[in-house]
Design a protein around this ligand. Structure first.
Ligand code: NAD
Length: 496
């Protein structure tokens, strides 16, 4: 049961202007610069955050390096790190409503989903990596008897983390938790439109016993604070989730600075493929609608291209459109809303620009396509479905990152695979069929990091998430994520 009284109590609570969190302290910019934080619920000023620059990034990187070298965290036994990370998970659970409501006021995600996906996932993630880290062993190589070949993994040093605004706590934790569990020190640069809940998480980490300087947060713009972090010569690893365009720049920054390792989790244009033998059309239609419209389509794995077999195309499309029209778009802090607000005025304009371009290119609007509830001052958009989309149109190629679904017909398995793979992205896909052999063939042929069969979007912390092609080069989640934040070392010991 969701505690609506608590949500109502928290939703109008004033939020003090926020500084960075550096070396365990709240720090304001030396030049006093701040950024306004507007709530997507009503477009009003919520608070301000510090607008960090290279001075603040330097302070944070120096603090992270000092803490790493002092060994207050990096040299702690894994069982000690585990205790603190598990305590942090407990604190996140205890502050779940506070964190979720703060996040929703900042980024507009609907509260039912935010409670599960934000503090819920963050707590599960810190608990998972905390519990895991004292169970990871090294190896002894099969050498001759007079040699001991040790293969071990240890922390790398200073990790920069840059995250987007769609699920700040969840995505932030997917990077911070394994990086910390492995013994690194971290500097986090949240998105400028979703910093508040991550700042609070970092405070809870101090309360859990994380030594100061091990987790620092610098807020500000990507162009200034983000760039300064990515160009810094004393950052060893950069873990990024965001758009492909910025991912490309981060690789350039690495080449121009210290060749830091850059791990990229980027966008998607994921196909959800419906064969006539799907087990349950209603279930498939409900999943297709949820798979694109949850969080206003601001989900990296959104099934934004619905590929439907020609034999069932019109019938299935009607099911999808009927469900899309029933969704309630409204205040993200009202538990009766199915969909909340788009994150920013800028993102809303971008979405509407894609609607206009789809119409120009000849796609047919079945439902939606417009801003709604503008009298609230918030950034709300109707769930939007286009038919007659062809694979070359912009709307079938580019990531909208909004509540816009493109429906594309196909004739057979071969054509479905060809259309599915005809983008630069390769993040996720869905396949609906009762034929197990076909499901396996599709898993083999579709170029995507995550493939759902007879469902869309399910996952938990135990499975990796990462993309193929231009959707990225690393994996978040599962024990595999530890590989990004550890250095593989070998020792060749002569005992002859
Ligand atoms: P974005 O790339 O605009 O911004 C992401 C982060 O990068 C923000 O913190 C931003 O401040 C920072 N940034 C911007 N310019 C920078 C620069 N020059 N140097 C350093 N940092 C900079 O993306 P967004 O609009 O915040 O998020 C949406 C994107 O994120 C979509 O493409 C979406 O698919 C992707 N995403 C991917 C995953 C995944 O796991 N693959 C998950 C969620 C979101």
């Amino acid at each position: 049961m969701i505690d609506t009284a608590l949500i109502n109590q928290l939703k109008n609570k004033p939020i003090e202007p926020r500084g960075h969190l550096i070396d365990g302290l709240s720090v304001l910019n030396e030049d006093g610069m701040t950024l306004d934080v507007l709530s997507p619920r009503d477009g009003r000023l919520l608070t301000t955050i510090a607008d960090g620059g290279s001075r603040e990034i330097d302070l944070a990187v120096n603090s992270a390096r000092r803490s790493f070298e002092a060994g207050s965290w990096s040299a702690m036994a894994p069982a000690g790190r585990k205790k603190i990370l598990v305590r942090l998970a407990e604190l996140i659970d205890a502050h779940a409503y506070e964190l979720a409501v703060l996040g929703v006021r900042d980024n507009g995600t609907e509260i039912n989903m935010a409670l599960k996906a934000e503090p819920g996932s963050a707590a599960a993630t810190f608990r998972y990596y905390g519990e895991a880290i004292d169970k990871v062993y090294g190896e002894i190589a099969p050498t001759a008897r007079d040699i001991v070949g040790l293969i071990s993994r240890g922390p790398v040093g200073v990790v920069g983390v840059i995250v987007p605004w769609n699920f700040p706590l969840m995505i932030g934790s997917w990077k911070i938790a394994p990086a910390l569990a492995a013994g690194n020190s971290v500097i986090l640069k949240p998105a400028e439109t979703a910093s508040l809940s991550l700042l609070r998480l970092a405070e809870l980490a101090l309360e859990a016993g994380l030594p100061k300087g091990v987790l620092n947060v610098v807020t500000g713009t990507g162009a200034v604070a983000g760039e300064a972090l990515a160009l810094h010569n004393d950052v060893d690893i950069l873990a990024f989730t965001g758009s492909g365009g910025i991912g490309r720049r981060l690789l350039e920054y690495s080449a121009r600075s210290n060749l830091k390792h850059v791990f990229l989790e980027l966008g998607g244009k994921s196909p959800n493929i419906i064969f006539p033998d799907m087990p349950d059309p209603d279930k498939a239609a409900a999943a297709a609608v949820n798979g694109i419209f949850r969080n206003s389509g601001q989900v990296c794995v959104s099934g934004s291209r619905l590929l439907v077999h020609r034999d069932i195309h019109d019938e299935f499309l009607s099911l999808v459109v009927a469900r899309a029209q029933k969704l309630r778009v409204g205040d993200p802090l009202d538990t009766a809303s199915d969909i909340g607000a788009v994150n920013s005025a800028e993102q809303l304009q971008k979405n509407l620009g894609y609607v206009a371009s789809a119409k120009r290119e000849g796609a047919v609007l079945c439902t939606g396509g417009a801003r709604i509830l503008s009298e609230s001052g918030g950034y709300f958009m109707q769930p939007t479905v286009f038919r007659n989309v062809s694979a070359e149109m912009r709307i079938a190629q580019e990531e909208v990152f909004g509540p816009v679904l493109s429906v594309i017909p196909f004739a057979d398995e071969e054509e479905a695979v060809r259309i599915a793979n005809a983008t630069n992205y390769g993040l996720a896909a869905g396949v609906w069929t009762a034929d197990l052999a076909r499901a396996h063939r599709m898993i083999g042929k579709i170029q995507a990091g995550v493939i759902h069969v007879n469902c869309y979007g399910g996952s938990d912390i135990t499975v990796p998430l990462g993309g193929m092609k231009q959707s990225g080069n690393g994996h978040d989640k599962s024990l595999h994520a530890l590989e990004k934040y550890t250095a593989l070392k070998t020792a060749w010991i002569n005992i002859a």
